[in-house]
Write a protein that binds this ligand. Structure first.
Ligand SMILES: [Zn+2]
Length: 368
């Protein structure tokens, strides 16, 4: 059997005589659930562990999430943190899709973090549950044939990839749909712990993949994603992988020209502009200004910089005073590490009512 992740030959790891075939369920009378023989294969190249698919073709059509999200009961913040963590890597938080949203527990949470959320769920049973929660869902497998539009900056997939026989049909499609700089989280059981510790209660016929940290990362890289972070939750036997479609790199000089255009469009109508912050970034940011917007005050709260010059700025540093602030109709903050503190000081201590412009990562932001 070829490895689903890296396509190399696998070796037989173990033959399990009686592997649980059915979904976990409680019934009204005594019963024994169905078992099947299952052979686990291990890839010695990427460490992936996998089983052949022994499920019927319609197995997932009416699959119900008996365990699904209920296993996370009482871990509410823990689940929201996954989206918060993902967002710190993304270009924006506008559109996300979830591959295999099940009964919609995570999609509901995603709605708090993204403007638009779409779930794709193959099982009619759990699709209906999501639909009844007023979630935006499609009853379908996630594949090339499914058109969900474009412009997505994020995707999520919780407890899905361990079920997939064709990993790249799904992951490559996710890559195609994402905008450059968009990313995703893939959550799977930790196959490394399951196999190393022989956790027999974590082996079911539905799980055809037991991802290890390396095999999960290799899969993502093979689809063209950058691996950003991998997190293991040992108490849950889970791995979270954060990945991103590479952004188109702007280049340093182009970024400087872009910032100059943005800054000029914001400040062009202001006559009395001051700058706050004579730190190391000031010599770079000063090149975004030109003769059409001379600065009237160059402020810094450090007394030992008073009277000194910074490369590229023709007036000396002065201490922050009420009169300097009052004479300004716009203040540009060059000390971007202290944006929040300086904005608060300007508004509260100096009652500044004018325009504040500041640098926030790749963005230049303004507020009135
Ligand atoms: Zn492999």
């Amino acid at each position: 059997m070829k490895c689903r992740v890296c396509c190399k030959d696998t070796i037989i790891m173990e033959k399990i005589a009686r592997c649980e075939y059915e979904q976990f369920s409680l019934r009204n009378s005594p019963f024994k659930s169905q078992n099947k023989e299952l052979i686990l294969h291990k890839c010695e190249s990427c460490s992936h562990v996998q089983a052949e698919n022994v499920l019927t073709d319609d197995f997932y059509d009416f699959y119900s999430e008996s365990e699904g999200e209920s296993q996370y009961f009482g871990h509410s913040d823990f689940l929201d943190n996954k989206f918060i963590k993902l967002q710190k890597y993304l270009l924006n938080n506008k559109k996300m899709f979830e591959i295999g949203c099940g009964a919609g527990g995570m999609l509901k949470r995603a709605e708090k973090h993204f403007d638009y959320c779409l779930g794709i769920e193959p099982s009619r049973t759990t699709y209906n549950i999501s639909k009844n929660k007023n979630l935006n869902v499609i009853n379908s497998y996630f594949s090339k044939n499914l058109d969900i539009g474009t412009g997505y900056s994020a995707f999520a997939s919780f407890r899905v990839f361990e079920h997939l026989c064709d990993l790249y049909a799904v992951l490559d499609r996710a890559y195609e749909i994402l905008i450059p700089g968009g990313g995703g989280i893939i959550n799977v059981p930790n196959g490394q712990i399951i196999t190393e510790q022989s956790l027999y209660h974590q082996v079911v016929c539905q799980h055809v993949n037991y991802f290890t940290p390396p095999s999960l990362c290799i899969m993502a890289a093979n689809s063209g994603f950058e691996v950003l972070e991998i997190e293991s939750f040992d108490s849950m036997n889970e791995l979270d992988l954060y990945i991103r479609k590479p952004a188109v790199r702007v280049g340093f000089d182009a970024a400087l020209r872009r910032d100059k255009r943005k800054l000029q469009s914001i400040i062009s109508s202001y006559k009395n502009i001051s700058v706050w912050g004579a730190g190391a970034k000031a010599r770079y940011y000063s090149s975004l200004l030109d003769d059409s917007n001379p600065i009237i005050h160059f402020l810094d709260s450090a007394a030992n910089k008073e009277g000194l010059y910074v490369s590229g700025i023709n007036i000396p540093v002065e201490k922050v005073t009420q009169s300097a602030i009052s004479e300004s109709d716009a203040v540009i903050i060059f000390a971007s590490a202290y944006n929040r503190e300086i904005i608060k000081t300007l508004r509260e201590e100096y009652r500044f009512k004018g325009k504040i412009v500041y640098f926030d990562g790749q963005e230049i932001r303004e507020e009135d």
